[in-house]
Design a protein around this ligand. Structure first.
Ligand code: ADP
Ligand code: SF4
Length: 691
């Protein structure tokens, strides 16, 4: 340990003592009140992994703060205590503190489920509930303020009774009433809650005082404050009102949890923000208070963590995503197993599940969200049932994870790939602008595999069915990936683009081949990128081509470019970047035809056609799974020359990298086990039905 001792010092937080400086800040997860057992297991594993404080996500305190359709925490009345107690018990079992982020979401709560009247600083359209909902808040009355104070106080008492050690007053992300009252954008009240900063801070001060009064002897009271909204004078700024707010309340809470707002700024992806990116905004806070300060910045390096403490920026290293990618990160540092840290890649696939009300998942950690329902532990896998050896063909994320996890189970594994460089699509895609951190998916797995004598790796080994059958392999996992279709067929058009073979039609694979080889063979000129994929690839290639001086138009059938990146909180940033590079964006158009010098676009609304000149077309539509090796081996499975054969990852069905890693992990866990294909493959949390 040595150099990292400082990270393992206890930190007093009001009446409680955190056992170390590792602090899992509140984060959403799609498990919430609907799946309390799953939630407790997930949080408990983080405590086991050494996070000294483990917090909930935002927890609704009342039906007027109903965040449906999103599944967050809920503490509306005493009936909700038992579910949350599962979590505090799981966290306490490992000697960590449990924190709860009490939330009144104000104008972010559309109250779709409760049908209560939404409330906010003034009457205006609600922000949450799905987006652009035709519903407005009531401007809070005096009685509303008194009600919310009482509800917050009652929720704090319930939180204490559920076993929480730290109770939050939450004024961040623009998502809560106290923050909406701070903001002049939403608060134009003329009573004692509006106008001067002192008036706008009043409600936050009141709920801190109420919470301290109600539970302050038993629990620490934390404030989570956004110290910059990154909208300039329109909002809170770190060198403007935020400093005044912190100065006004400096010693009132027991802990300051500070960040930048909104969520897309706080949880910026690695493509747009580096480790520690919040430091310039939050560094001032410690100068204004003697209370401990926690902040985030996707810290995965223990050196950066130590530096943040030593430079006096933070007392506690806050983390959401690094704790998702590696729930055992602190323990690995303490035990000097730094090379085992599974570093977050900053892709926000974990974030993307929350707006879809789905259980959390993670690209790096395939066990995230599966701790209870599949009994998966991030560090342990049951030992092998038999000593069979396995051949894994394809060393992309699916094959790498399958080989690694099989090796962890004690199986002998041969991992082969046609290419010299391992990592499949990740090795290649990490060369695209801003995606370098994605390589961690490959590097961590290769590093683990190198430490496993059971696993042998054979690059530059293109395999045919004859090659496989000529070896002594009896168990084969095929993870041969997918290639991008050149004909532009995708979900929107339903058929190949007419004229797709009319010359200078490229796929992402062609451009990635160039990046790998360090060459550039794309002809200069007018480029049309046709994006019916809707994740990052279309936007990234448009960016790359524009940076290289091409005149680029991105065409998409969706209403927004890179539509799905809304869920990873990147869409606006991508759009901003492309517009700054001069990329023309044409939305809601398919591309039914191309010829050697033009493309025909058709409106998805009325089919009206327009024509654009082109020199090059890049097709970013469906991918073609590569399963010919698997198909050629099937007869050998049937006649007994192979004992098992499994197709996984993009070769099975193209999807996110996260899904390929998951598929590899699942294949390794199931190898040699009896799997009932007719049974539901995981446990479910059921509501009890009165009989
Ligand atoms: P996934 O995302 O499912 O892991 P990738 O496309 O990232 O898939 O990786 C597939 C890997 O399989 C690539 O590195 C590719 O070189 C390799 N591959 C494909 N076909 C063969 C083959 N017949 N023999 C060996 N390797 C192959
Ligand atoms: Fe990090 Fe991506 Fe995992 Fe989220 S999904 S924790 S951003 S690796």
């Amino acid at each position: 340990m040595g150099d990292y001792d400082v990270l393992f010092e206890p930190v007093r937080i009001g009446p409680k003592v955190a056992p170390n400086r590792f602090y899992q800040v509140p984060h959403c997860n799609g498990l919430g009140h609907a799946r309390p057992t799953s939630l407790a297991a997930m949080r408990g594993i983080k405590a086991e992994g050494g996070w000294g404080v483990v917090c909930t996500e935002e927890v609704e305190i009342h039906p007027t703060s109903d965040l449906a359709p999103y599944v967050e925490g809920r503490l509306w009345d005493d009936d909700d205590i038992a579910g949350l107690r599962l979590m505090t018990e799981a966290v306490h079992e490992h000697g960590s503190l449990a924190g709860i982020e009490l939330t009144h979401a104000g104008l972010d709560a559309a109250n779709h489920y409760s049908r209560m009247t939404p409330i906010g600083p003034r009457s205006e359209g609600v922000l949450g509930g799905g987006g652009f909902e035709p519903a407005q808040t009531r401007a809070m009355t005096r009685r509303d303020f008194a009600d919310v104070r009482r509800w917050h106080r009652a929720a704090a008492v319930r939180a204490r009774d559920a076993g929480f050690d730290i109770v939050y007053c939450y004024a961040a992300h623009g998502l809560t009433l106290p923050m909406q009252l701070l903001s002049r954008r939403h608060n134009d009240r003329t009573d004692e809650y509006g106008g001067s900063l002192e008036n706008r801070v009043r409600f936050l001060r009141e709920i801190i005082e109420d919470t301290k009064d109600a539970v302050g002897h038993d629990c620490a009271v934390a404030v989570r404050l956004a110290v910059d909204e990154l909208v300039g004078e329109q909002g809170i700024t770190h060198d403007g009102e935020a400093a005044e707010i912190v100065a006004m309340l400096a010693e009132l809470p027991d802990l300051w949890d500070v960040n930048i707002s909104d969520w897309s700024n706080d949880s910026a992806t690695s493509r747009f923000a580096a480790e520690g990116h919040q430091e310039p905004y939050i560094a001032f806070v410690k100068g204004l208070t003697t209370k401990p300060v926690v902040g985030v910045g996707r810290y995965t390096s223990p050196d950066s963590m130590v530096s943040a403490v030593r430079r006096g920026v933070l007392d506690l290293i806050g983390a959401a995503r690094p704790s998702i990618a590696d729930p055992h990160l602190p323990r690995k540092i303490r035990e000097g197993r730094l090379e085992e840290i599974r570093e977050c890649i900053g892709c926000n696939i974990c974030v993307a599940t929350d707006p879809k009300s789905l259980p959390i998942r993670c690209t790096q950690n395939p066990t995230m969200g599966e701790e209870w329902r599949r009994s998966w532990h991030p560090e342990r896998i049951p030992w092998r049932r038999n000593d069979s050896a396995v051949m894994v063909v394809g060393a992309g994320p699916a094959g790498l994870e399958a080989a690694r996890a099989l090796g962890q189970r004690g199986h002998r594994v041969d991992l082969l790939d046609a290419r010299r460089r391992l990592g499949g699509r990740v090795d290649r895609e990490a060369l695209l602008p801003g995606l370098a951190a994605w390589r961690r998916v490959v590097d961590w797995r290769l590093g683990r595999i190198e430490a496993m004598p059971e696993v042998s790796v054979y690059p530059e080994s293109p395999m045919t069915a004859d090659d496989v059958l000529a070896s002594d392999a009896r168990h084969v996992i095929v993870a041969t990936g997918a290639t991008w279709r050149r004909d532009g067929r995708g979900r929107s058009l339903g058929h190949a683009v007419d004229g797709w073979d009319s010359g200078s039609i490229l796929t992402p694979d062609d451009i990635l081949d160039d990046l790998v080889a360090g060459t550039w063979s794309v002809p200069d000129g007018r480029v049309v990128v046709y994006d019916d994929d809707h994740y990052v690839m279309g936007g990234l290639l448009a960016e790359l081509l524009a940076v290289r001086g091409n005149n680029v138009t991105l065409v998409t059938p969706a209403p927004l470019l890179s539509y799905w990146t809304q869920f990873t909180l990147e869409q606006e940033r991508i759009e901003l970047r492309l517009r700054a590079l001069g990329v023309d964006v044409v939305v809601r158009r398919t591309m039914p035809r191309v010829d050697g010098s033009s493309v025909v676009l058709a409106s998805v609304v009325d089919g009206a056609e327009t024509v654009l000149p082109r020199d090059v077309v890049v097709m970013v539509a469906d991918r073609a799974p590569v399963h010919d090796l698997h198909d050629a081996l099937l007869p050998a499975l049937e006649d007994g020359r192979l004992d098992s054969l499994r197709l996984i990852g993009d070769a099975d069905a193209p999807n996110l990298i996260a899904q390929a890693v998951f598929a590899g992990h699942l294949a390794a866990r199931e190898h040699g086990e009896a799997v009932d294909r007719d049974a539901v493959p995981f446990r479910r949390e059921r509501f009890s039905v009165p009989r």
